[in-house]
Design a protein around this ligand. Structure first.
Ligand code: GDP
Length: 315
């Protein structure tokens, strides 16, 4: 089964890793949000892309979820002594990647090509694609005005109340080479458990992506469990925008695209309401604490997708 997975950072990366482990090599393409990308210390940082890449390469820091394991912080510590900006933490090995990416981008290479090369070097079996090679910058609209995503997320620790979002550059951004092809060839599209507002919505907003996804069997996995996000501001964003934070709200968010929706055991009581939306449901453990959980959830999703496809064929 060929699978295209749409993902943001940590939550999406964990499921993408599970799928990468259980699918035959070459059957998975992960399409990753680049709306969080930004310039820092003159370098181009792609946080979600790197989280997915490090996770699939088995190099991610298992505690933090982002950055690399066995990292050293000599550059950051020296930068702090010099009075430089250190609000966004970059380890030494991680920095090397940003240096090389920025150098190659400066020579006119695409983010897609550079990411592909890094993935081969790091031993990633699946294809990882940025959503676009053009810059799309997620802006968070707050009471005090519009903020660049990383300013809101890291520097201000998600404290300003959210009023909405804007994806700057969206009108002129095309899907990266291979994105529409991967979705077109997929037997299944998985919406990973990532922040719907700032991780998956930007990918779906890229020209042609939503309609390509809509032609495929689509399974979504709730990033909201028991009304809460395991990490990050996803639940808070729903509340601040006037919605109840729940798996049901996430199902409604993607309703027009979804065929099936995966809920956590903790949300069993919401299953019938998700079914009322016209979706098939699967209730399972969706919290991925270790590698075993990632593979289990990936296997469960693939079985669920097969059931969905059989039902589609028989109706
Ligand atoms: P993103 O992936 O860049 O959007 O950001 P994060 O991974 O930090 O968090 C986004 C969402 O992923 C949050 O709502 C988390 O609850 C969710 N998430 C993180 N880990 C898991 C997990 O193991 N299982 C599920 N179902 N959701 C998760």
């Amino acid at each position: 089964m060929k699978v295209a997975a749409l993902a943001g950072g940590v939550g999406g990366a964990k499921l993408a890793h599970g799928l990468d482990q259980v699918l035959p090599a070459g059957d998975l393409t992960v399409i990753v949000n680049t709306g969080d990308d930004f310039e820092y210390l003159g370098l181009r940082i792609s946080p979600d892309l790197d989280t997915v890449m490090y996770t699939l390469a088995g190099l991610a820091d298992p505690e933090k979820g982002w950055g690399r394991a066995d990292e050293s912080w000599i550059c950051l510590d020296t930068l702090r002594l010099l009075g430089g900006p250190t609000w966004f933490r970059l380890g030494d090995k991680d920095l090397a990647l940003h240096l090389e990416r920025t150098r190659r981008l400066g020579q006119g290479e695409t983010l897609t090509a550079i990411t592909g090369d890094f993935c081969s070097t790091l031993g990633v079996r699946s294809t990882i694609l940025p959503m676009s090679d053009e810059r799309v910058a997620t802006k968070v609209q707050t009471e005090g005005g519009e903020l660049a995503f990383q300013t809101y997320f890291v520097a201000l620790r998600c404290e300003p109340e959210v009023r909405g979002f804007r994806f700057e550059g969206l009108d002129s951004a095309k899907p990266a080479a291979g994105v529409l092809e991967a979705i077109g060839e997929a037997d299944l599209v998985v919406l990973c458990p990532s922040n719907p507002w700032v991780s998956l919505d930007p990918i779906l907003a890229i020209e042609g992506v939503r309609s390509a996804v809509g032609q495929k069997p689509v399974v979504g996995v709730s990033p909201i469990i028991g009304g809460r996000a395991l990490k990050g501001p996803a639940a808070m964003m729903y509340q601040q925008l006037g919605f109840e934070a729940s798996a049901l709200t996430v199902a409604e968010h993607y309703r027009s695209l979804l065929d099936g929706f995966v809920l956590d055991h903790a949300d069993l009581e919401l299953e019938s309401q998700v079914q009322v939306l016209g979706l098939q449901t699967c209730v399972t453990q969706t919290v991925m604490n270790d590698y075993h959980d990632r593979r289990n959830l990936a296997d469960t999703i693939l079985e669920f997708a097969q059931q969905i496809q059989e039902r589609m064929r028989s109706t």
